[in-house]
Write a protein that binds this ligand. Sequence first.
Ligand SMILES: Nc1nc2c(c(=O)[nH]1)N[C@H]1C(S)=C(S)[C@@H](COP(=O)(O)O)O[C@H]1N2
Ligand SMILES: [Mo]
Length: 402
Amino acid sequence: MDAIDRRSALGLLAASGAAIGSPALAQALFDLKLPGGNGARPMTSAFPEKGAMILQRTRAPLLETPMAVFDDGVFTPNDRFFVRWHYADIPTAIDGAAHRVTVGGAVRRRLSLSLADLMAMPRFEIAAVNQCSGNSRGHFAPRVPGAQWGHGAMGNALWGGVRLRDVLDRAGVAPGAVAVRFGGLDRPPPGAPPFLKSLSLDHARDGEVMLAFLMNGERLPMLNGYPLRLVVPGWYSTYWIKALSSIEVLDAPDTSYWMEKAYRIPTAPRASVVPGAKDFPTEPINRMNPRAFITNLADGDAIVARSPFAVRGIAFGGAAGVRSVELSMNGGRSWHPAQLGPDMGRYGFRRWDLTGAAVAPGQYRLAVRCTNTDGVVQTGEPIWNPGGYMDNRIETIGVRAA
Ligand SMILES: Nc1nc2c(c(=O)[nH]1)N[C@H]1C(S)=C(S)[C@@H](COP(=O)(O)O)O[C@H]1N2
Ligand SMILES: [Mo]
């Protein structure tokens, strides 16, 4: 019952603007190595329930996970999990026992469910990557506005809670309903649209979309949506509404701001258009694409020449599982299959590793690519859209064998 009983207070957050600016808490700089420079960010440990994070913005908080954290295991620890909010007015204290999520709109019975109500329902658990639509945006060339993330606006957790389908069935979806809209406890400034996102009714009822009150077996950190969040496996986290407080069944498609105007991608292969393009058809961002990263070596590292060396990392298939991961030692001219770690669920991170053959002294460009179970493979081709979304270009790093 831990997930209900504890009352969380983020009193610190109110003061964090001041706290983070103070020399005692501002720590070393972390260089995200963004193309064109300007990648240095302070590290901070000043946020409640969070360890050392890369500070992208204080209010509303944007905290990035350092790549080395992903080397420790496929489940990202809650205290190192990235954070992203749109509006500064976020919940800072929630009494879990008093929290309610309402289910309304086109339903037979309006519901107001407590966490205890949800905990009494059949449980569901799934490993899934939560990745911001704009993860890696800082690597776009030419640059686009928005958070200049490196690759750490992602994380994988084991989410525990209940299926959205079961909640909707309890309310009874009215005939003719087409979509379901979700909102949380954060508040927009005057005049700005509330952060609401919606899914088609079929998607909402697919048995995978869930309401999570557990993250890696513990209650969610306040900054990651305590006490309850939506989890949409395989889809970008813009839909994963935090501090979930309202579920609204709609009898017409959602035309509100955050679906109609924001988080839209070009309807084009890889959501990519010519830089600067403006007039192109768009659609709401949706399924994630495959990605792979090297986690035990960073750009500029040295390896020992004439001796086998270990390379490892993580991969995920996006809206599908991981079929294979391959490593190149020559910038992508030839590829070697990596060994995959245990499958912890198709929407989660998958470990990969490979023992590189002994190489002569010199410079090498390592590249890693993932193919998912739908047969989609990463490429090195440029990707560009004005939102800075869906980057999944092949990751490469330079290493020196000496
Ligand atoms: N209530 C609420 N939920 C939200 C958001 C928000 O601003 N408010 N941002 C979304 C976006 S764009 C992202 S990337 C994820 C970030 O989840 P995290 O902070 O747990 O990593 O939350 C999503 N859910
Ligand atoms: Mo996001």
